[in-house]
Design a protein around this ligand. Structure first.
Ligand SMILES: *[C@@H]1O[C@H](CO)[C@@H](O)[C@H](O)[C@H]1NC(C)=O
Ligand SMILES: *[C@@H]1O[C@H](CO)[C@@H](O)[C@H](O)[C@H]1NC(C)=O
Ligand SMILES: *[C@@H]1O[C@H](CO)[C@@H](O)[C@H](O)[C@H]1NC(C)=O
Ligand SMILES: *[C@@H]1O[C@H](CO)[C@@H](O)[C@H](O)[C@H]1NC(C)=O
Length: 320
């Protein structure tokens, strides 16, 4: 029944997609395998774009769905530190735009709970929206310049947002301000101080959490984390909590080591990080292929016994 609802939803979506933009690249493989496309990196400085931007895109000339990603973790972690996972997602046929999270500078916890912060978040969100507008207008040309060849199209009408940790603060705010620019939301260990009203619009969402992220030293407070996101989101939505993994394991090895050294978040010293990052890219690719490329790969998310990790929690609400 659940599954049928998604099929109907995507059939409807696909009809729309075909009409607006034909020929989006579709990944036909198993999302947990490496994608087949070779990936190129493009850096755009903050003198050019409103925010420091790293773009990971397949080199092959085609039209690709787009992922707009913001990293988080105390605001110290640039999008570049997620490049292993982001490049792997790109290899499944996505133009992945990583923008840096702007930390809320020196704000005390009291202020965070007062209205003062709302204004700041609003200002920050403007910056992300400006960034999105900038890449929408300029990215195709920048890619052509780097490849010395035109024809590679980032299809901004097939866009999803994604974020890790506090990077989800501005992302949620963006979707609150504009319900239609994004077709889906991929929340990786999300965290937000400002997500205080339930959403009223429909946008497919996947929330992923980890067991250790809420344990001391905690990097996610449950009341503002993935379960909260799930509770405040609307159908269609899925939430899962991955057993035995922690908040820094999504990061590239060097940044993970820094996190471990600083005891910033609880980590599992025995976890197989390569395998975990492969899981993250795989579940992301499964979700994004389904929601943006129009090919149903939901079973790679919902068939939890086949996942390469163990779950402590899995909930879905797809019957809408
Ligand atoms: C996938 O790619 C990663 C990173 O390039 C590599 O370490 C891994 O061995 C590859 N896996 C397979 C199954 O080819
Ligand atoms: C770009 O392509 C043109 C035409 O093929 C060629 O003349 C030029 O050298 C190329 N430039 C670079 C930087 O590759
Ligand atoms: C929302 O975003 C879309 C796509 O960027 C844009 O066309 C539309 O005008 C925006 N709507 C509002 C209310 O800003
Ligand atoms: C789920 O995965 C298991 C293990 O790979 C497999 O045996 C089973 O047939 C799958 N179930 C469905 C409904 O696809």
């Amino acid at each position: 029944m659940d599954r049928l609802a998604w099929v109907v939803l995507f059939a409807t979506l696909m009809t729309n997609l075909w009409a607006t933009a034909q020929g989006i690249y579709v990944d036909n493989g198993n999302p947990y395998d490496n994608g087949t496309l070779e990936v190129q990196t493009l850096s755009i400085s903050q003198h050019d774009a409103p925010l420091l931007t790293k773009v990971y895109y397949p080199k092959k000339i085609d039209t690709y769905a787009v992922l707009f990603f913001t990293g988080g973790l105390l605001g110290e972690i640039p999008a570049e530190s997620y490049s292993d996972v982001l490049k792997a997602i790109a290899s499944h046929g996505f133009v992945v735009i990583g923008v840096d999270y702007l930390p809320l500078a020196a704000v005390s916890k009291n202020e965070r709970d007062s209205d003062g912060i709302q204004g700041q978040v609003g200002d920050q969100t403007k910056k992300y929206l400006a960034e999105l507008q900038w890449v929408t207008q300029h990215l195709e040309e920048r890619i052509a310049r780097q490849l010395n060849q035109t024809g590679l199209v980032p299809a901004f009408d097939h866009l999803a947002v994604s974020c890790h940790s506090a990077g989800c603060d501005p992302i949620v705010d963006m979707t609150m301000q504009n319900h239609t620019f994004s077709k889906a939301a991929l929340f990786l260990e999300p965290f937000s101080y400002n997500f205080k009203t339930p959403v009223t619009f429909k946008m497919s969402a996947l929330m992923l959490g980890t067991e250790l992220s809420t344990q001391k030293p905690a990097c996610i407070y449950p009341a503002q984390g993935y379960d909260h996101f799930y509770d405040f989101w609307k159908c269609p939505r899925i939430v899962m909590n991955v057993k035995g993994h922690g908040h820094c394991e999504i990061l590239n090895p060097a940044t993970f080591e820094a996190c471990k050294f600083a005891h910033a978040c609880k980590i599992n010293p025995d976890s197989d990080l390569k395998k975990y990052r492969n899981f993250i890219q795989g579940i992301s690719a499964a979700f994004l292929t389904t929601t943006l490329q129009g090919r149903d790969k939901l079973q790679y998310i919902t068939n939890t016994t086949a996942l390469p990790v163990e779950l402590l929690e899995f909930k879905k609400d797809l019957d809408c």
